[in-house]
Every structure is written in C-alpha cells, then in structure tokens.
Design a protein. Structure first.
Length: 92
C-alpha cells in the first residue's frame, strides 16, 4: 500500500463557492462530475452568506499526491502542501 503524505490547507475566506473543487474531486474519484461522489462538501454560513469547502478526511486520499481539488481552485481556497510543509488552519 502506498502512503501519500501531505496536507490540504483550506482558506475559507478565499472561497467563492464556485464548487470547482467539489466537481474536480468527484471526477478524480469516479470519472463523473457528480458532487455526491466528492470528498468535499461546500458549507454556507447563513448569517454571513460566506461559503467554505469542508473536506471529509476519511474519504480523501490526496489523489496520490496531486489533489484535483487544489489544482481546480482558481482562488487559492484549497492548497496542497507536501509533507514537511508549514502548519495549516484545516488539514488532513
């Protein structure tokens, strides 16, 4: 079994709610663009109307070291840091 080390850092303040990360994750996992197959859930704060990606840690395998969600995010809301990187607000 191959072990991939690293972490995803989530910057909720940069999230625009476009769901590109969610669709990229589902496609990487199943070859279908279906948000229900994604390891990412987009949460919305009803008071502030802000959105943020939430990553299901038990589901995510970091796409073998090249997370599709981080590559798909145009706003830098999800960033992949290989092992040995600095601390994160939210990490796997």
């Amino acid at each position: 079994m191959i072990s991939i080390e690293g972490m995803l850092t989530v910057h909720p303040e940069l999230c625009h709610g476009c769901r590109s990360c969610q669709l990229a994750c589902s496609f990487a996992r199943t070859r279908e663009y279906n948000p229900t197959n994604s390891c990412i859930v987009i949460e919305r704060d009803l008071k502030t109307e802000k959105t943020a990606p939430m990553i299901k840690a038990l589901c995510c395998d970091l796409c073998g070291g090249a997370p599709a969600c981080a590559s798909a995010c145009l706003y830098g809301a999800i960033v992949y840091e290989p092992s040995g990187a600095s601390s994160a607000e939210e990490a796997l």
